[in-house]
Design a protein. Structure first.
Length: 576
């Protein structure tokens, strides 16, 4: 395989909504804010305000509208930083001031809204950035804060609010770097350039805020270098982010050389955790608690795993679901799974983490496959397709992902790959044996079932055939076992999935192959890399068996696939 070839595993989850809807939701939240509002309610308000500000900054809205939204985000950030909302809400200053700013926004057209990945998937708490600023002990009279949209919008408001609380005069703006993900470029408008010039003349500290850095580091670098072009010395530019990268592994051109020219301050792992988050179980560490000595460990992508903890007695599992509105859907699904008996008992959500009571038992293995287990999995898919149904799902991006990944791996194209959508739902997307728990009482429970079907990876909302294909691939079902699974499912659901299942098996295998290769490249030289490449070989064999008679060679693919690698893509080592 060409070492410069690309795999697709991340999907575009941006959506178009009316600005009027975002404004109405914010207005309702403001008016319902009470003097005894818990911190979580104020945090929700901050996330919604940052979402509106970011959307208007990217839309053809008037500058006055964007300014009003920015002022609202800063206002709520100050309330979050203060941590004492009582006096403010008793005087109704925050709701009244907030509604006044909202009512001054005239734009009501369409806006593009994305999900801030750190808030939704990676337990990046906004107050992590406030805590970091407090630890840095900056000795400047003024600061100019630049947030990188999307998530940097909210983060810049928090940083600015904390600086002002510390007595530092702080102004802020936001930018949207554009271009190839590994070679972002940051443009500044005239007003921003003038504000930077004033801050530079006043001797201000310049702080660039974003999550990450990602695989390339190019977004943070593009903003720091844009400030330099405006005459700001590199030594006055501080990049504030969530972790310290291995600069030699960043994919932007001359990334290490460029990165070392600027100061960087990472927040590190969040300290804003539920009370009983006692034992770290993220990054694949859960395996040491759930698997016996000598048992083969399943592969994980450590950097992309949800943050997890166990209580000190190992009876409660805490998994990050998402802060505020970003975690609410996963929490609702976990409630339904718990009530149905398909999932472990759900204890609710705290600080963005869902809590489950863990029964005694063990994770399943492929040799646990029985007719009863096939029936249980079919019943689960039937239930899920009904309970988590969605109105519609579009399969075009999923088909393109499958074709791209297959072609990158084999240098061949799958003929006529079509993924019909007949039972659209939020799928589970985690159907391997180790994602099921056999309790001491003999019950089979589904684990990790609420958070992966609509995150930033494929598939997103799609046909339930995706999960049935996942069972076939991950359990390596024989033709007889596959037929039994489909028969059980058809009897329970009335849905004859058989005609569309093979296409979904190809798509599922192509996604998991690309995912395994990307993950392996991110942990090169480790034991994890070996496990991930083991999985990649297995998915490769499955795909070859399925598609050996329905492909055509693409002799020019290897020469043509020498593009810069994008986020959601990766080079990977050869597999036999």
């Amino acid at each position: 395989m060409n070492p410069n070839s690309e795999f697709h595993v991340f999907r575009d989850s941006r959506r178009q909504v009316r600005a009027a809807e975002l404004i109405a939701r914010l207005r309702t939240s403001l008016l319902h804010l009470s003097s005894s509002a818990p911190p979580a309610d104020v945090l929700n308000l901050l996330l919604l305000a940052g979402e509106l500000e970011c959307a208007l900054a990217d839309a053809p809205a008037l500058a006055a509208d964007s300014m009003a939204a920015s002022q609202l985000t800063s206002l709520v950030a100050e309330a979050v930083i203060a941590g004492d909302l009582g006096a403010a809400t008793q005087a109704r200053s925050l709701p009244c001031e907030g509604v006044r700013r909202l009512d001054s926004i005239g734009y009501r057209g369409n806006v593009s809204v994305g999900t801030p990945e750190g808030f939704a998937y990676y337990a990046l708490h906004p107050l992590d950035y406030s805590d970091l600023i407090a630890r840095l002990h900056l000795h400047k009279a003024s600061a100019f804060v630049v947030g990188i949209r999307s998530i940097g919008t909210t983060l810049s408001a928090v940083v600015g609010a904390k600086l002002r609380q510390l007595g530092i005069d702080a102004r802020r703006t936001t930018v949207r770097p554009t271009g190839h993900p590994y070679e972002r470029q940051c443009g500044l408008d005239l007003e921003q350039r003038q504000a930077i010039a004033r801050a530079r003349a006043a001797g201000a500290e310049f702080i660039v805020c974003d999550e990450g850095p990602g695989r390339s580091g190019s977004s943070l670098l593009s903003v720091a270098e844009a400030l330099e072009r405006e005459g700001v010395e590199a030594g006055r530019i501080l990049m504030v982010c969530s972790h310290q990268p291995d600069v030699n592994a960043l994919c932007a051109p001359r990334a290490a050389e460029r990165w070392r020219r600027f100061r960087c301050a990472p927040t590190g792992m969040t300290r804003h955790l539920p009370a009983n988050a006692d034992c770290y179980a993220g990054g694949g560490e859960w395996r040491q608690y759930f698997l016996t000595a000598g048992e083969e460990w399943p592969a994980v992508w450590p950097q992309m795993e949800r943050l997890r903890y166990l209580s000190c007695d190992r009876r409660e599992l805490l998994t990050f679901e998402g802060y505020g509105p970003y975690g609410a859907p996963a929490s609702s699904r976990n409630e339904a799974l718990s009530t149905s008996g398909f999932g472990a008992r759900y204890l609710g959500r705290e600080s963005g983490f869902g809590k489950h009571l863990l029964p005694f038992g063990r994770l399943l293995r492929r040799d646990d496959l029985t007719p009863e287990m096939l029936a249980r999995m079919a019943e689960y898919c039937t239930w899920r397709a009904r309970e988590f149904a969605v109105a519609d799902a579009e399969a075009g991006a999923l088909e393109e992902m499958a074709r791209t990944n297959f072609a990158r791996e084999f240098g061949e194209e799958v003929d006529a790959l079509h993924l019909p959508v007949e039972r659209p739902a939020i799928c589970d997307n985690r159907m391997a044996p180790h994602d099921w728990l056999l309790t001491r009482e003999g019950a089979v429970l589904k684990l990790d079932a609420a958070i992966h079907g609509d995150d930033h990876f494929f598939p997103g909302p799609c046909d339930i055939a995706w999960d049935l294909a996942g069972i076939a691939v991950e359990w390596e079902l024989s033709p007889a076992a596959r037929s039994s699974l489909l028969s059980h499912y058809r009897r329970a659901s009335g849905d004859n999935v058989a005609p569309r299942l093979e296409a979904y098996e190809i798509a599922y295998g192509a996604f998991r192959l690309g995912w395994s290769r990307m993950a392996a490249a991110s942990v090169a030289g480790s034991d994890e890399e070996a496990r991930l490449l083991r999985d990649a070989r297995r998915y490769r064999r499955w795909l070859r068996r399925l598609t050996g008679y329905r492909t055509r060679r693409l002799p020019q693919l290897r020469a043509a696939a020498r593009l810069p690698q994008a986020r959601g893509t990766s080079a990977a080592p050869e597999l036999p």
